[in-house]
Design a binder for this molecule. Structure first.
Ligand code: HSE
Length: 434
């Protein structure tokens, strides 16, 4: 039986998970590919030995030793970040190796260089684990949905943020407390900025949009807001409106332009995405032929993500065996059909909004606020006021009918400049079900 040798750079959570998957599923992988996939080398600067079950595997601290090893067919990059990950990936491609990575930050920022180098060299780049952990989202887009024009992508793509919002919702605990708890459990990163500020979600959306629409886009092109400003009181009001707050990635394909945004969103309880709780991820595609498709599962974790990396390795092994390397374009579209598309300016977005205005409880305040909204063409759907004047400023909460982002920004600047307004207004966009 032909043997394919794999080298892993980075033996952390995902790297060690992958090694276990390859070992545990060895026979199954052979039966499904006709190839023996063998873990041959591991490069990691932080460990001095591998677990005993990997006795035959060479450990080095020098990634170049693995990249330049003529016996290695597939280099798996699992260190994350931009550098030195990009150098390792580019060097591996230059030396004719196939590459598998879970690095969404790298692909969303440097993907053009990487995919173009791989295409010129005739090697494959697998990245199933970069979006949705163990959920086969990349393969679905590249193969299962290939006969569709993708009209929309919407999803919960960050488990840490969803875990925090879920506990805030179910237990009424403030954001900072849940975050600290998640960090103590080793669940959230020591620096959780990318997770809670929506950047990790934007990385993932950029990868999906490139594949869905055949367009060049990086996470810098995506309007991104995180969840750190959300308070238990917003979650309570959301409940009164029959909604749950979720950090969503949203993209709509309008033909000549595409929407791309990541922000906390009020999702009606009846929507499937409102039911995705804890650290789970869910990605929802709308295709013009298939209609709606929802993929749900673990977006992170050792074995789940290891299974996604192993799936890429097996795809490459199958292609090598059948002499069909490059059969499925990495980004779904052939490179010559990936081009520029206009991204809808955020100011043109139109949706319903939730505002939480913190104002003094005085006669005339509500009518002043209503006057500003009216002058900016924003129609109020409902108003709730909670709190007691004796305890200081109160929360005035409003739901609007559909309004444009530009008029909302103008109105909120005016409202926040009023002497009676004590804190910046919190604005959350509402998801409209079509
Ligand atoms: N940090 C990510 C999350 C997992 O919390 O979902 C890896 O993409």
């Amino acid at each position: 039986m032909k043997e394919i040798r794999v080298g892993i750079i980075g033996f952390g959570t995902v790297g060690s998970g992958l090694a276990e998957v390859l070992l545990e599923q060895q026979q199954r992988l052979e039966k499904r590919s006709g190839i023996s996939v063998r873990l041959s080398k591991v490069a990691d600067i932080h460990i001095s030995e591998l677990p005993p079950q990997f006795a035959g595997v060479t450990l080095t601290k020098d990634a170049a030793e693995l990249i330049n090893d003529p016996d290695i067919d597939i280099v798996v990059e699992l260190i994350g970040g931009i550098e030195p990950a990009k150098t390792f990936v580019m060097d591996a491609i230059a030396s004719g190796k196939h590459v598998v990575t879970a690095n969404k930050a790298l692909l969303s920022q440097e993907g053009q260089d990487i995919f173009s180098a791989a295409s010129k060299k005739g090697v494959e780049v697998g990245f199933e684990a970069s979006v949705g952990g163990g959920i086969p989202v990349i393969k679905s887009l590249k193969e299962g949905l290939v006969a569709n024009k993708i009209l929309a992508i919407m999803g919960i793509m960050n488990g840490t943020a969803n875990y925090i919002l879920t506990r805030m919702t179910d237990e009424g605990i403030p954001f900072a407390e849940v975050l600290k708890d998640a960090q103590e459990q080793g669940f959230a990163e020591a620096d959780p900025t990318y997770d809670i500020e929506g950047i990790d979600t934007a990385h993932k959306l950029a990868i999906l949009m490139t594949m869905a629409y055949g367009m060049n886009i990086t996470h810098n092109d995506i309007a991104t807001e995180g969840i750190s400003q959300i308070k238990p009181v917003d979650i309570e009001f959301a409940r009164e409106f029959g909604c749950r707050i979720k950090l969503l990635a949203i993209s709509h394909n309008h033909g000549d332009h595409v929407e791309a945004r990541v922000h906390p969103t009020m999702v009606p309880d009846s929507h499937l995405l409102a039911k995705i709780d804890g650290a789970f991820n869910a990605i929802h595609f709308t295709g013009d032929m298939v209609g709606n498709v929802l993929l749900y599962g673990l977006g992170a974790g050792k074995m789940a993500t290891g299974s996604a990396v192993a799936a890429d390795i097996l795809d490459i092994a199958r292609d090598i065996r059948s002499g069909s390397v490059g059969r499925v374009p990495s980004l779904s579209y052939l490179p010559e059909y990936i081009g520029e598309r206009k991204i809808t300016p955020m100011s043109e977005l139109a949706c319903a909004y939730y505002f939480r205005i913190t104002a003094n409880d005085e006669p005339g305040v509500l009518s002043t606020i209503a006057g500003i909204l009216s002058r900016n063409g924003i129609s109020i759907e409902s108003v709730i006021q909670k709190g007691r004047k004796e305890l200081g400023p109160v929360s005035v909460v409003m739901r609007t009918h559909t309004a444009t982002e530009s008029s909302v920004s103008a109105a909120l600047s005016e409202i926040d400049a009023l002497d009676v307004v004590a804190a910046p207004t919190i604005k959350i966009r509402m998801l409209e079900i079509e």
